[in-house]
Design a protein around this ligand. Sequence first.
Ligand code: FUL
Length: 485
Amino acid sequence: MPLNRRTFLRTATSIGAVVVGRALRADQDVSRRVVNAVPTPDQLRWQRQERALFLHFGVNTFSGREWGDGKEDPRSFAPTNLDARQWTRAAKAAGFKAVVLTAKHHDGFCLWPSETTAHSVKSSGWRNGDGDVVREFTDACRADGLGAGLYLSPWDRHEPRYGDSPRYNDFYEQQLTELLTRYGPLTEVWFDGANGEGPNGKRQQYDWPRVHATVRRLQPHALMFSDAGPDIRWMGNERGVAGDPNWCAMDPKAVPYPGADGPQIISALQHGIPSGTVWRPGEADVSIRPGWFWRESENEKVRSADNLEELYFSSVGRNANLLLNVPPSTSGTLHDRDVRALSEFGERMRALFENDLAAGATASASAPTDRAYRPALALDPDPDSYFMARGTDDAVELIVSFGRPVTFDVVSLQEAIARGQTVESHTVSAIINDTVRPIASGTTIGHRRLHRMEPVTAHGLSVTLRSSIGPVRLSRLSVHRHERA
Ligand code: FUL
């Protein structure tokens, strides 16, 4: 049934969407031009953090397995020198703003003294059975001013109630409640979709609406991650590569539950859906090592700073957050090699982005603008001020003049995503004397789009922005150069 304007407005408001753009004609295609989801303040804060560290730690650290079978002896968990501050200091020094710890992986071993099971740190000899890794971790995050997130695997290979759906759901709810009530504010709760039981394995029907309601009630500011959101979506691979295009908006029906599989689902996760009614930005998870858990044999296979930079450009540079796994070793600390790679990477990113070579430039636009949205606002660092052209369906061109020759090899573009995401495609050209030469082009921008190129010396830039889903709002254009370039 076609929607008339009033019905549409009511519908859009009731589903939390906002209406943007010029006045609608009754015959306009509302699904494409008008509905535009926006982030909640917590999602916006999270997207601006860009980078988080992932810590896979547990009995697998000591067995060398990726997926424990739940039969591990709790006494095998025996870190010799656990130091959660070493984790958070390394994260902070490298520019990461939050850390997510596996409180329970698929083997069911709990890193906190849960009342729900004996399969936990309580039964290990570590700290005489009085230890609590989740407590030490959350305390360390707070001491270093980092967000704290927890991963609680729904799939549990130890717990006998797993597969007895209502009873396991109660057990899971109790574990979740312990984590949500004992450790202060959490920024993220991570639900992975893995279930390797196979066709003859136990079938557990999770009660996702109950899980989501519990997190919202007990930790209203914590964002929930899973393939199916509701707040943050999986990027569809574990290689740290976001889709291109990558929209933050999503159709909630596209991925109906965590762990749903199929090519269409992966495509929806990778790209989002521009007309989607919910804001569900992507998080790209990837490990610094071949495995998720630490293994001595992989110490030589830690990614280099160059490789970590590639990941940054393929995730953050394509409008997704990067969740980089750096697993603690059997000592309970991050291995020297991982720390070295992290700190080199962090130092390189700091040096690259600390100076904006477009600072002091002047800007103009191809279309008229109101003063409140003048072109110069795309050059100031305030993420909430933006350049927006008035009333045109054509491509908008922003022209930036440096007033001197500037050599750069990275261009960063950002949309004012607090108001939604609309740019569908864009081209960046260098203005060299009187010539204009295209140097980069792409699809979506979103929170950030990064372009790398061979060093270019130019007097200015022209950025052409095309949108078919709403007004273009460019919050920032900045220009950078690698130190070694
Ligand atoms: C997957 C798990 O099966 C892996 O072990 C790892 O935890 C990864 C981040 O999520 O679903």
